[in-house]
Design a protein around this ligand. Structure first.
Ligand code: A2P
Length: 254
């Protein structure tokens, strides 16, 4: 089987000067688990240039959504940001990842900690009915520098109550936003909100290794800093082979 196929771009939306999302056709044979990523890219000078991208749409959807930053001198995103409806992109045939339910033990609360485009895999997970079968409460945290960067997540969460599959569970989701470089009802890095106890106070109490599960997605530093705090609370990292209390993934950009 080929490593990738060519797929049509169905739509593109620019959220800010540095963030855009796009939707591509989903090959009938393409299967994935919510939270996974896939290689995606363009042909540059006749050669494939691919990067890992989290799939931001749910596993049952006809299309595949992606949420990306634009890096001015990034080999791929400097070009990818110019795609238009009807263009072709390259899509890997296989998806993988650790931000999946299979890597977590059963629990009651699920924390999805994200910064920036790290919200992408969680855009998939919060629209997966399995998430609400497995957990009583889901807390999606999203921290960005500026308010405009929260819009993608805000629109997504607002649309959840009208979602035919998970709409009835929308009340179980807490969308917990904070900003670090602009005024907002809540300010500060997610790590600072953990350290001060504000995150736990506002979402029902301290992290409990017996019943709380955590997925972390952001920059490498964000992941390491969150991981240290979650481990200090007594949670053990899980994997596909050995489910645990938390899992991490970095937001792949370039
Ligand atoms: P800050 O503005 O204080 O750097 P970035 O675009 O650099 O990945 O940042 C996205 C968001 O993640 C910003 O709000 C940023 O805060 C925050 N952030 C950056 N590094 C960390 C970290 N090590 N731990 C927690 N949050 C972080």
């Amino acid at each position: 089987m080929a490593a990738f196929s060519e797929q049509h771009v169905l739509s593109v939306r620019h959220w800010t000067g540095s963030l855009f999302s796009f939707r591509v056709a989903r090959p009938a044979s393409f299967r994935f688990r919510s939270g996974e990523f896939v290689m995606l890219g363009l042909k540059v000078d006749g050669k494939p240039l691919l990067r890992a991208y989290s799939i931001a749409s749910p596993a049952w959807d006809d299309g595949l959504d992606f949420f990306s930053i634009k890096v001015a001198d990034g080999p791929l995103t400097s070009r990818l940001q110019g795609i238009k409806e009807g263009d072709e992109i390259l899509l890997g045939t296989k998806s993988v990842g650790t931000l999946v339910h299979d890597a977590l033990l059963p629990g009651k609360r699920l924390y999805l900690l994200s910064t920036g485009t790290g919200i992408a895999p969680f855009a998939s997970i919060i629209r997966d009915p399995e998430t609400y079968e497995r957990f009583e409460q889901v807390i999606l945290t999203h921290t960005c520098r500026e308010a405009a960067e929260l819009a993608y997540g805000e629109e997504l969460v607002a649309s959840l109550k009208d979602d035919p599959l998970v709409g009835e569970h929308a009340h179980k989701l807490i969308h917990y936003t904070s900003l670090t470089r602009e005024d907002h009802p809540r300010t500060g890095r997610i790590t600072a909100l953990m350290d001060s106890g504000q995150l736990w106070d506002e979402t029902g109490g301290p992290l409990d290794p017996a019943s709380d599960r955590v997925m972390i997605c952001g920059s490498i530093n964000m992941i390491n800093d969150c991981k240290a705090r979650v481990e200090a609370a007594g949670l053990e990292e899980g994997s596909n082979a050995r489910p645990g209390a938390f899992v991490v993934e970095k937001a792949f950009v370039g």
